[in-house]
Design a protein around this ligand. Structure first.
Ligand code: HEM
Ligand SMILES: *[C@@H]1O[C@H](CO)[C@@H](O)[C@H](O)[C@H]1NC(C)=O
Length: 334
């Protein structure tokens, strides 16, 4: 144990030296095990983890391209409910009702099986080392990368919650009918700003939504007067007029539906945002509209801002050190 501790100190000092000499890299405090589990990388404790996670995401997305979007969304719905602690993955127990049946999640969240498969392999390679919350954060990044979006270093060391909150999921995750003021309030409530909200909404560059989530778009009017793209509205009315209107799906980005790019913002400027909460970023005020215009013009600015905001979202309310646990199975506490 003494040797192990000594090694830890050495590693930490080395990393500090490297960090000061070069660009500030993420520290690997986790190399020191239980004593100082922090927010770092897996390079020393389980170098296989990231490649294993990536290959599972790659396989899942190859089988079903929409899975990239679904996995990205899981991380968002996790972090907005008492922090990025994998609470979203817990099934109901006798002690609490889980988040899976909350209104924003029910019949909507997908990808739990992919997380299970990853967790199962990681438990055999590095038992009780990689938390479910870290898996969600890593899988979100990998999904963006596999869809053509930017890459970033995912911070590690989150631990998993011992509980979940359906009430907080209902309260914290914004509704697609929200005004800009409500969207801003819901993001500020968890510690994110207006600019994070506009950048993170760019996740709607991939994936799909069910008709009931954008029914308010079908009227041809919005909070700010008549819609400026009645052809688009007509195509949505057509899609959602069938007998299966509760399950019919529209692409969140009708132009490049499976590519993570800035087309989402370009669509908003021509009135082709799918959700009311998308289109309102242009019609609902100058502050958000100006950011939309910037991202529509320059994909690199969007990518840079998206990375920063994903790191910010991924660090919300994380459990470290002796808080929480590393679950063996993401659906249940140990
Ligand atoms: C700004 C507030 C937001 C609102 C109101 C919102 C709302 C929604 C709704 C209603 C859907 C469709 C769900 C369904 O039909 O079942 C959806 C899908 C999606 N959301 Fe958001 N969202 C927001 C922000 C975000 C953020 C911050 C992310 C990730 C960083 C995200 C990622 C996604 C993705 C990728 C999909 C597609 C999922 C799939 O195809 O399975 N959203 N969102
Ligand atoms: C949004 O508002 C419309 C009415 O305009 C309503 O029918 C729909 O159920 C609301 N959707 C959500 C998700 O709250």
């Amino acid at each position: 144990m003494a040797t192990y501790l000594g090694f830890c100190v050495l590693v930490t000092m080395l990393k500090l030296a490297i960090a000061f000499a070069n660009t500030p890299d993420t520290f690997n405090e986790s190399a020191c095990g239980e004593i100082s589990v922090g927010f770092g990388t897996y390079q020393d404790i389980c170098p296989e983890a990231e490649p294993i996670i990536f290959s599972w995401v790659e396989k899942a997305v190859a089988e079903d391209p929409r899975m990239a979007a679904s996995l990205l969304r899981l991380h968002f719905h996790d972090c907005f409910v008492n922090g990025c602690d994998a609470s979203v993955l817990l099934d109901d127990t006798q002690n609490f009702v889980g988040e899976k049946t909350a209104a924003p999640n029910l019949n909507s969240l997908r990808g739990f099986e992919v997380i299970d498969a990853i967790k199962s392999e990681l438990e055999s390679v590095c038992p009780q080392t990689i938390s479910c919350a870290d898996i969600l954060a890593t899988v979100a990044r990998d999904s963006v990368v596999l869809s053509g979006g930017p890459a970033w270093e995912v911070q590690k060391g989150r631990r998993d919650s011992l509980s979940a909150s359906k009430a907080a999921a209902n309260n914290n995750i914004p509704s697609p009918n929200s005004t800009v003021a409500t969207l801003v309030a819901k993001f500020e409530n968890v510690g994110l700003a207006l600019n994070d909200m506009v950048a993170l909404s760019g996740a709607h560059s991939i994936g799909k939504a069910r008709c009931p989530t954008f029914s308010a778009r079908l009227q041809g009017t919005n909070q700010n007067g008549p819609d400026n793209n009645l052809d688009f509205v007509a195509s949505l009315q057509q899609l959602c007029s069938g007998s299966d209107s509760n399950s019919a799906l529209a692409h969140l980005d009708l132009v490049t539906p499976a590519t993570f790019d800035n087309q989402y913002y370009i669509n908003l400027l021509s009135g082709q945002g799918l959700l009311p909460s998308d289109q309102v970023l242009v019609g609902g005020g100058e502050q958000t509209r100006e950011i939309v215009e910037t991202y529509a013009e320059d994909p690199f600015v969007f990518f840079e801002d998206f990375k920063i905001s994903m790191l910010k979202m991924g660090s919300l309310g994380v459990l470290t050190r002796s808080n929480g646990e590393i679950r063996k199975n993401c659906r249940t506490t140990n």
